[in-house]
Ligand binder design. Structure first.
Ligand code: BGC
Length: 939
């Protein structure tokens, strides 16, 4: 028991910040019941270089008293930390504002100045008007707010000549760039603003600046190029300084997209071939003077460095014989280097990166090494991951070591690479014979579990290799555990899939030559992503990528960024394009982010208007792009004993269902933005679409054409039917699962709706049967086959049959991982409330079922931590919950004997009210706090 308690403690730690822990422990001031903690600005902790004039502030309020509420707050912002410590906010002193808001507080002080750093703190008042201490102070700094602030020029190698050879232009070595400068005065502050066309790594006096990888990350470079901001005060020294950089192809100049679409797509240079650096360093001296060092014609460049070629798909080759000791430090003689070429044709707007950068988020050690053929060693990292390997090597000069990366092994134990298509995922190191060295790539990433190493000449030990896991570094905010280890593994697989596929943009898969921001995958996974990690900033950035790819007539792309001319290709696929409506709405629901709705509304409306104007008869027949439909549904499964048809929902029903769903969301957006006319118009439109859909596809007995699981699931989940038909359709849904002998036949878009609707219509047992199943096809089946991430296809690998078609067979695709949302909503019972977005009010309605005897977990929402822990024993359910201060929740306690509830809970706290006695549950209202309930519960 003690061990279990320690384990629970360890498991909960990463979800609470240090400040949260500290405040909870020392909460004895006696002043106020509330303490403001976890301050963030624009969803980020102490962000540098933001470029919004009116940033938004957030905090959480901690309390050890149930029912504590905030009644007012006061924010101070100062340009000087000492002044702030003296409680002076010369930039903004909000004064005491009567409000219970702790999130999305819009800055309302003096205009914020370009590149300045600001410090802020907040104090709050509780329901009795007792005042809290001031919070710890936080900060944010401004980026380059005006184009004219940029003095730097784009610099790089001389422009590449148009390639006349056959095939693809070769990848030139990564250029090294450097500039030496001297400072004489005492340095007070140094900030650097940096971007690239391609990827960059920046160095100052021999040390790497920042911990970002693959920066400036992926946007449509023709429209928006991100820059990053770093504080380099401590890295600068008086005397000679050297600022240096290496450039790689990245998403700008490297290969994008699959060969199988079009032989032209994966070629080098989707946005341009010439890799460029942009860097501006602002130095402030102690005497108040300033100096600016920029990328310009005074820099030197070297074109024959050790990184011989690098590409996201192909991998990286390094030749250690080309290493140049000290090139990035003071004292190196660069007189033989050539001057840089200055300028670029790129017109993209420079914007600050306002979401978590790609960082190393974990390191993995091999669990075994095998030798399937002589001198070929395969390291098993035990986990399908994304990133690369760091390897310790030694050997004579010219020795070539090759690392190939794959997700699976063939039956003979060799590396399975057939599913990688055009992505070679191969790193090569040529040694220089100068003793032991560590190697790792700079400008590539791979999706893999197994690493095949050749050229070693001797059997390696596992410690020479480490898996370096890269991901957009979002804070993990969700956790889940229960009595069935299969479901625990499933959640781990989902989280690993999210980690690996959220690398700057939400991608479909991280391994084969694709890795695009497929919208259909992201829209169905978005809520799971939000439960697992704080994804507000990540998706806010991606919604801009979506807008950048919107066509002139309003169509959204199938993936974003969309580098292949959205006007002509890959736009407006039903179920994919709709992410442009669904994802911003998820941000609003979960984070109460009105700003994203304001910024996005006109774009969303143009999307719906284009469909409306092209489809006067209310069915989405025209202006629809590629047909993917309910992707990879049961009809695509190739396995003995599994029905060959009967799973695919009629396409026109599917497209029109999305048209209705998105239109209804648009109406909700309009309502939130108080655009009443639009709200009424689009509500009416959605009603009309539904009427048409019913007329065309639904029989009076509730049967939907095709009689598929998907059809009923979508109709119910998208609220397409009136109540009398819903009831009937739910029965057909149940039958449709029975028809498949209690197996799933749904695709990417209908699986989560199926699972949710089974629970809503009281077929919870059947839903649990599906989620706990290990029979083919199921999540459990993949886990039984050893899956450590969620597979793209239900039948990616079938025992006895082997791999699916290698042309499209990813073992790390998050779309079916959308079941994560169901686990949070059903097993833990945590549900947001659209009427009170941002978890200001929410529901806790766990539905125990299947084999489960206990479950626990949490979601650290934008308002604070929601913890749920239930146990079934001796005919009872014990439910313990923790909800954030300053929120309200509706708790639905499941029980077979509601009448006995009051007797079993004689001493309900005064802030708990029984609001409804159902047939199978008791509904309570609670304030923020810690509560325990017990109820009779027979399985
Ligand atoms: C991707 C999918 C994507 C689809 C469009 C595939 O190649 O991997 O996940 O949504 O194309 O149907």
């Amino acid at each position: 028991m003690k061990k279990i308690l320690i384990l629970i403690f360890i498991l909960t730690i990463p979800i609470m910040s240090q400040a949260e822990m500290k405040t909870l422990k020392s909460n004895s001031s006696g002043e106020s019941f509330l303490h403001p903690i976890s301050l963030t600005c624009e969803y980020l902790q102490n962000p540098l270089g933001i470029d919004v004039q009116q940033p938004r502030f957030f905090w959480k309020v901690a309390s050890d008293q149930n029912g504590a509420k905030q009644s007012a707050y006061r924010i101070l912002v100062s340009g000087d930390p000492d002044m702030l410590a003296r409680n002076k906010g010369e930039i903004w002193d909000s004064g005491k504002i009567k409000s219970d808001k702790t999130i999305q507080i819009v800055y309302n002080g003096k205009p914020l100045e370009t590149t300045k750093k600001y410090f802020w703190k907040v104090r709050v008042w509780d329901q009795d008007d007792a005042q809290s201490e001031w919070s710890e102070s936080a900060f944010f700094s401004m980026g380059m707010l005006h184009p004219a602030d940029w003095k730097a020029k784009w610099i790089g190698a001389p422009p590449e000549e148009p390639y006349k050879g056959k095939g693809d232009p070769p990848i030139p070595p990564s250029p090294l760039l450097r500039k030496s400068f001297t400072t004489v005065k005492t340095i007070k502050r140094g900030m650097v603003y940096v971007s690239a066309l391609g990827d960059y790594e920046l160095y100052l006096n021999g040390a790497r600046v920042g911990d970002h990888f693959l920066a400036p990350e992926w946007t449509d470079y023709l429209k928006r190029v991100q820059y990053q901001t770093f504080d380099v005060t401590e890295m600068l020294s008086q005397g000679e300084n050297v600022v240096a950089a290496i450039l790689g192809d990245g998403w700008y100049a490297g290969r994008l997209g699959p060969v199988r679409w079009d032989k032209n797509y994966p070629r080098r240079g989707p946005y341009g071939l010439d890799r460029r650096l942009l860097m501006q360093m602002e130095i402030e001296y102690a005497d108040g003077s300033k100096e600016t060092i920029v990328s310009d014609g005074s820099w030197k460049i070297y074109l024959d460095g050790p990184i011989r070629s690098a590409d996201n798909f192909l991998g990286e080759t390094q030749d250690a014989r080309k290493q140049i000791p000290g090139w990035d430090k003071p004292g190196y003689n660069d007189s033989q280097w050539q001057p840089v070429s200055v300028g670029t044709k790129i017109s993209g707007k420079l914007v600050a990166q306002m979401n978590e950068p790609i960082r190393v988020v974990k390191k993995l050690h091999p669990i075994s090494i095998s030798e399937p053929t002589p001198d070929v060693y395969i390291f098993d990292l035990g986990q399908n991951m994304v990133g690369w390997c760091r390897i310790r090597l030694k050997g004579p000069a010219g020795t070539e070591i090759t690392l190939r990366h794959g997700e699976m092994l063939n039956l003979d134990g060799t590396l399975y690479t057939a599913n990688l298509a055009g992505a070679l995922q191969t790193d090569r190191y040529i040694l220089n014979g100068k003793g032991e060295q560590f190697f790792e790539p700079h400008f590539t990433f791979h999706g893999f579990r197994y690493v095949e190493v050749t050229g070693l000449g001797e059997k390696p030990t596992p410690d020479i290799l480490t898996g370096i896991v890269l991901s957009s570094d979002m804070q993990q905010v969700g956790s889940f555990e229960c009595s069935n280890p299969l479901l625990n593994k499933l959640m781990q697989n989902i989280i690993w899939g999210q980690r690996g596929n959220m690398l700057s943009v939400p991608t479909d898969c991280p391994q084969r030559d694709e890795r695009m921001g497929w919208m259909g995958d992201a829209q169905v996974f978005a809520q799971t992503a939000i439960f697992n990690m704080n994804a507000a900033a990540f998706f806010s950035k991606w919604v801009k990528d979506i807008r950048d790819a919107q066509t002139a007539d309003g169509r959204y792309p199938d993936f974003a960024p969309q580098p292949f001319n959205p006007e002509k290709h890959f736009s407006d696929a039903p179920g994919w394009a709709d992410a442009g409506i669904i994802v911003p709405w998820r941000i609003y629901e979960n984070y109460d982010d009105k700003r994203i709705l304001e910024e996005h509304y006109q774009s969303a409306k143009r999307f719906i208007e284009n469909i409306r104007q092209n489809n006067p008869n209310l069915l989405w027949e025209n202006s629809k792009g590629n047909k993917y439909s309910d992707w990879l549904n049961g009809d695509k499964i190739k396995a003995e004993g599994y029905p060959k048809s009967g799973a695919a929902v009629p396409y026109l029903f599917y497209t029109t269902a999305y048209y209705s769903y998105s239109t209804r969301i648009l109406a909700e957006m309009a309502r939130e933005l108080r655009k009443t006319q639009d709200a009424n118009f689009y509500t009416h439109l959605a009603d009309q679409i539904n009427a048409k859909l019913i007329e065309k596809f639904v029989l009076p007995d509730g049967r939907i054409q095709g009689d598929t699981q998907a059809g009923y699931a979508l109709a119910l989940n998208f609220k397409l039917l009136p109540p009398e038909l819903e009831q009937k359709a739910a029965l057909h849904l149940f039958d449709a699962v029975k028809k498949y002998d209690d197996r799933i036949s749904t695709g990417f878009h209908s699986t989560l709706p199926l699972m949710k609707e089974l629970v809503r219509w009281d077929y919870t047992d059947l839903a649990y049967k599906l989620v706990e199943s290990t029979r083919f096809p199921s999540w459990g089946y993949s886990i039984k086959q050893g899956a450590t991430t969620v597979w793209e296809r239900w039948d990616a690998y079938v025992s006895g049959r082997g791999f699916q078609d290698a042309g499209m067979n990813s073992f790390n695709h998050y779309a079916y991982g959308a079941i994560g949302e169901w686990i949070y909503r059903t097993i833990l019972g945590i549900n947001p409330d659209d009427k009170h977005p941002g978890f200001k009010h929410f529901f806790i309605k766990p539905k125990p079922g299947g084999s489960l005897t206990w479950a626990r977990g949490e979601y650290n929402s934008i308002h604070g931590k929601i913890h749920v822990d239930w146990k079934l024993a001796d005919g009872k359910i014990n439910l313990k919950i923790e909800t954030p201060a300053n929120t309200n929740a509706t708790v639905v306690v499941p029980t077979n004997n509601p009448a006995s509830f009051a007797k079993m809970n004689p001493a309900l706290p005064k802030d708990v009210k029984i609001i409804k006695m159902g047939k199978k549950d008791v509904t309570l209202s609670v304030q923020g706090g810690t509560y325990a309930f017990v109820a009779s519960f027979e399985k």
